[in-house]
Design a protein around this ligand. Structure first.
Ligand SMILES: Cc1cc2nc3c(=O)[nH]c(=O)nc-3n(C[C@H](O)[C@H](O)[C@H](O)COP(=O)(O)OP(=O)(O)OC[C@H]3O[C@@H](n4cnc5c(N)ncnc54)[C@H](O)[C@@H]3O)c2cc1C
Length: 408
């Protein structure tokens, strides 16, 4: 058995949330061990993750506090207009940035690029050790410390273990925390589309009978091609979905579905399929251990909020850790972990409920529901306070923000 040096915090999982927390804590001078079972070289290939993320206004503040926003900004495409369409209707509801003081609702960035910026920042930090590829196989916890055991037999000691190991979290299972959840019997097809005309920084959410069809604006490609990212949700098995179409059929299907202002459209990257489901851990905490992001809550991407909620978790946790350290308190204390859970569980529950209801409402083909739904959406459109509320939700600018990002 090899005992490595001891740290303030051990983070299990170097996905976007785990790396984000590592960077946030490293900027604040904490000694951090982050462990991921995939080598960075592999995780940065185009085949690893074809997704882009709609980074909300609040998540941008988290990336700023983590010291990586300047590196990401050139590849971040602002969303200045959100258009909601339902079935064959024209635009039913439109949110424009001028209604929120000219601020962008968020930015679309390739996951690969967020990961790359975070890896770079973590690699140059003197107070972080990144163990990858390395698999966590066991833990042990006592009054003084928490020990993380790796598959190669080495052990890492710290005051606190954070499980950021995704929706099938090993950490959560080890903590014996049950989850509430279900599959949506849907999958999202994700890919990048090149289009003839400018996207005008518009994000489209088109609720179609086959499932939501979202088009999200990206920065132009190095060769000048205008690009958007597609998230096309379909019901049932992916074998019978548009994923299996040949290239020409897929491009024809896209041209039939994209609004005409994009001109001719063509898929220019690999197509990925992600199965969709909901999972919520009954508790986020245990002795000297806690869960963040998808290890605690995985939701439908219909509102593009999964990682944004995860970033609120890590900002809240970092805020509490900084405050405990300033007061000379134990950063793994159960009172701190209870405060973390109290601050985050209700907020995540609300967002999960909202995404679940939206998906049910817009994927339901019950006769008569379509006109009622349209009436509801139009009502939001004509009631400015409701419109403002939804716009602030999209920006992540509601509720009490963690102190770490309030001052940014
Ligand atoms: C189609 C789609 C579109 C989306 N769009 C958006 C969007 O626009 N905006 C948004 O906010 N969210 C979006 N999301 C959600 C977002 O992608 C996820 O919330 C986010 O990627 C989860 O990150 P994570 O770090 O929690 O988990 P993961 O990315 O799953 O990372 C977990 C890491 O832990 C590692 N790991 C697991 N077990 C172990 C172990 N035993 N030892 C060591 N390492 C381990 C894994 O290798 C992995 O790297 C979308 C999701 C989907 C499916």
């Amino acid at each position: 058995m090899k005992m490595a040096k001891s740290y303030d915090v051990t983070i299990v999982g170097g996905g976007l949330a785990g790396l984000g927390l590592t960077a946030l804590l490293s900027v604040q001078g904490f000694a951090v061990a982050c462990i991921d079972n995939t080598a960075p070289k592999q995780a940065l290939t185009e085949k690893f993750d074809g997704r882009t993320t709609a980074i909300s206004w609040a998540s941008q503040k988290v990336l700023e506090a983590a010291g990586v926003w300047d590196a990401l900004a050139p590849d971040a495409c602002p969303i200045n207009d959100i258009q909601i369409l339902d079935g064959d209707s024209p635009v039913l509801l439109e949110f424009e940035s001028q209604d929120v003081g000219g601020q962008s609702f968020g930015w679309i960035i390739e996951n690969r690029l967020i990961r790359k910026a975070l890896y770079k920042s973590v690699a140059k930090s003197k107070n972080v050790d990144f163990f990858a590829p390395a698999r966590v196989t066991d833990f042990s916890v006592d009054d003084e410390k928490a020990v993380t055991k790796l598959a190669d037999g080495s052990e890492i000691s710290s005051k606190l273990i954070v499980g950021a190991d995704g929706k099938n979290s090993f950490t959560r299972e080890w903590m014996d925390i049950p989850v509430r959840g279900w599959s949506y019997n849907q999958h999202a097809i994700v890919t990048i589309i090149k289009h003839e005309k400018l996207h005008q920084n518009i994000a489209i959410e088109h609720f179609r009978a086959e499932g939501p069809f979202a088009v999200l604006p990206m920065t132009d490609a190095p060769d000048g091609a205008h690009r958007s990212s597609l998230v096309w949700t379909q019901h049932g098995s992916k074998d019978k979905s548009a994923l299996s179409y040949d290239e020409d059929t897929f491009n024809m299907a896209l041209n039939a579905r994209f609004p005409k202002f994009y001109g001719d459209v063509k898929c220019i990257s690999q197509r990925f399929a992600y199965p969709l489901g909901l999972k919520h851990a009954y508790s986020y905490i245990g002795e000297r251990m806690c869960l963040v992001a998808e290890a605690a809550h995985a939701m439908h991407p219909i509102a593009g909020q999964g990682l944004n909620m995860g970033f609120r978790d890590i900002a809240e946790l970092a805020t509490l850790l900084i405050s405990a350290r300033e007061k000379g308190r134990d950063i793994g204390a159960s009172s701190l972990l209870k405060s973390y859970q109290q601050a985050r569980r209700a907020d995540n529950t609300l967002m999960m409920g909202a995404t679940d209801s939206l998906n049910k409402l817009f994927s339901n083909r019950m006769p008569g529901l379509g006109p009622l739904r349209k009436l509801g959406v139009r009502a939001v459109s004509h009631f400015p306070p409701a419109k403002q509320f939804f716009m602030k939700q999209a920006m992540g600018a509601t509720g009490l923000l963690p102190t770490l990002i309030q001052d940014k």
